[in-house]
Ligand binder design. Sequence first.
Ligand SMILES: *Cc1c(COP(=O)(O)O)cnc(C)c1O
Length: 334
Amino acid sequence: MARHRRGALMWTMTMLTLPTFDDVIAASMRLEGHAHRTPVLRSRTADERLGAQVFFKCENFQRMGAFKFRGAFNALSRFTAAQKQAGVITFSSGNHAQAIALSARMLGIPATILMPLDAPQAKIDATRGYGGEVIQFDRFKQDREALTRELAEQRGLTLIPPYDHPDVMAGQGTAAKELFEEVGELDHLFVCLGGGGLLSGSALSARALSPRCKVYGVEPEAGNDGQQSFRSGKIVNIPTPKTIADGAQTQHLGEYTFGVIQRDVDDIHTATDAQLVQAMRFFAERMKMVVEPTGCLGFAAAAQAGALIRGKRVGVIISGGNVDLRRFAGFIAD
Ligand SMILES: *Cc1c(COP(=O)(O)O)cnc(C)c1O
């Protein structure tokens, strides 16, 4: 299937300069000593249930609780002195906000973060706790991107978006790079998919370090815009999907992320909310880990993959562990 899309791909590539594995290597050097080299864990029960050898790359143990630290820190590390002095701006109510706030503080850069008025107080507090200036807006009345652009211009800030940026993608790719370096080549790799920063970066690492590995993105079934885009060859927009995977409620892939995904990814799978809850329970009970709903996407799809992965070496990226404990308890109960 991937072969038929080469035409569209060439067009994309002439418009944009996509990041390469060399950019992932450069990112991994910038992250050295700043990001955690997260563990790769195994589970006999997972292996038995899936009939495969499963390697979990645990980004729920990354700084601030998700892989997003990698992309944010890499992007901010590349700022010029003038950009550093003026500061960074972004829009996010999730892990990217905290990743930017923490990275900015570590690098001595002022951070402005736009969050919706109805964002969970815990996320606003966490972002402020890392030193970010939170500006709230009404997401039903105000255009987030226009507002960001306006503020960026007024204050001379540099925008670092959550996924569609070569430095963000290269940073996210360092997690899969570490996985392949640690366990060697794999047959399949399952990656959580929102806007595609993690998936595109992971695919760059897979193509370089394990060329025969099949790379899959996994989206919530309720919001399969990535799957539709992948299959139709153009970026599909959807309304904000209703799912417990709040880190993957994106409405569309990015131009850069789609360029890499079209070229280097093998397929897009989906998982239902019920399958995410099952995976969350598995991680809690069997592996003693708190994983947020979005972080369960990869394993939820691998657990449904059946004959595709039987007897194979399978990588699963667990993307994050930031979930309100009350909410987590609700999922885990009954
Ligand atoms: C952001 C996020 C994702 C999705 O990542 P993209 O790069 O937008 O595809 C998945 N899981 C977690 C925990 C996240 O924070």
